[in-house]
Design a protein around this ligand. Structure first.
Ligand code: SF4
Length: 258
C-alpha cells in the first residue's frame, strides 16, 4: 500500500515563520552594535533549520542527496548579507594559501557568470568554486540557506537534468519550504531593524566582501554594500508586503491564545 505523507499545514508554516522572525529580531537587537551579529544569527538559523527539517523529514519521502554528489552545484546561488559576510569571515580565517586559491576560483566563477540570470546559469553549467576534487563543498558548515534548501528525491533525474535531457527534478518540498520560511523570517527581521535585507548573487557579493574588510561595519550601519550583486527575481516591494502580511496574519493557534 502506498504510504501517505502528512504535509505541514499553512498554519504550521505561518506559526514557524513568526517564531523564527521573532527570534531573529531579538538576536539583532542584542548584537546590533557588535561584530559577532552575523555569526549569532546564522548559528541560530542553521541549527533551527536542521532541527525542523529533520523533524519534518521523518514523515516525508527520503532524499537522494549525499556527500560527493555535486550535480546541482552549478546553479546560481543566492545569499543574504549575513550569509555572505559569514562566508567571507570563514575564508579569512582559513589557511592563507587555501584562502588565496579559493578567492582566485571565486573571481574566475564571478567573471564567467556575472549578469547571467537563473536560466542562463543553468545553461552555462559552471561549477560552483567551492566544490573540491571529491565533489564535496569546502564551505559546508557555512553554506547558505539556498544550498541547504536544495535536495532531490531522485539522483538519476538530477544527472539527466544536468545533461539537459529533462527539465524537472523531483525536489524535496520539505527542504524548500523550511529554507523559504527561515530565510524570509531572517530577511523580515533585518528589514524591521533597518538593515539591508535583499538576496545577492553569492560569487559577486563575496568578491565585494573579500575586497573590503570594513564592509561588515558599513552594512551594520544600514548601507546596502552588496547592492551591485542584488538579485531581484521578486521585487523588494512585493516581498516587503508579503512579510507584513505574514506578520499580521492570524493562525488558529494564535487566535486561541496557545
Ligand atoms: S556553496 Fe557548496 S553546497 Fe552551495 S553550490 Fe557551492 S559547493 Fe554546492
Amino acid at each position: 500500500m502506498r504510504r501517505r505523507h502528512r504535509t505541514m499545514s499553512h498554519a504550521d508554516n505561518l506559526s514557524y515563520f513568526r517564531s523564527r522572525q521573532a527570534a531573529f529580531v531579538s538576536i539583532v537587537a542584542e548584537w546590533r552594535d557588535r561584530p559577532g551579529m552575523n555569526r549569532a544569527l546564522l548559528d541560530d538559523a542553521f541549527s533551527d533549520f536542521e532541527d525542523v527539517l529533520a523533524e519534518r523529514l521523518k514523515r516525508a519521502q527520503r532524499v537522494a542527496c549525499d556527500r560527493g554528489c555535486a550535480t546541482c552545484c552549478t546553479i546560481r546561488v543566492t545569499a543574504t548579507a549575513p550569509e555572505v559576510l559569514n562566508i567571507a569571515a570563514h575564508l579569512r580565517e582559513a589557511d592563507p594559501e587555501v584562502c588565496g586559491r579559493l578567492v582566485w576560483r571565486i573571481a574566475e566563477a564571478d567573471f564567467e557568470t556575472r549578469d547571467a540570470d537563473e536560466s542562463g546559469r543553468v545553461a552555462l553549467r559552471r561549477a560552483c568554486p567551492f566544490i573540491d576534487d571529491d565533489g564535496a563543498c569546502v564551505i559546508y558548515p557555512v553554506r547558505p540557506l539556498a544550498c541547504r534548501g536544495h535536495a532531490s528525491h531522485d539522483r538519476q533525474a538530477c544527472d539527466r537534468a544536468a545533461c539537459g535531457e529533462i527539465a524537472a527534478i523531483p525536489y524535496s518540498i520539505e527542504h524548500r519550504t523550511v529554507r523559504s520560511l527561515v530565510q524570509n523570517a531572517l530577511q523580515s527581521a533585518l528589514r524591521d531593524h533597518g538593515l539591508p535585507w535583499a538576496s545577492y548573487e553569492l560569487n559577486h557579493a563575496l568578491m565585494l566582501a573579500l575586497a573590503d574588510p570594513e564592509l561588515e561595519q558599513a552594512w551594520r550601519q544600514g548601507l546596502d554594500v552588496f547592492a551591485d550583486a542584488q538579485v531581484d527575481d521578486v521585487s523588494p516591494a512585493e516581498m516587503a508586503s508579503a512579510f507584513d502580511m505574514l506578520k499580521r496574519a492570524r493562525t488558529a493557534s494564535c487566535d486561541s491564545g496557545q
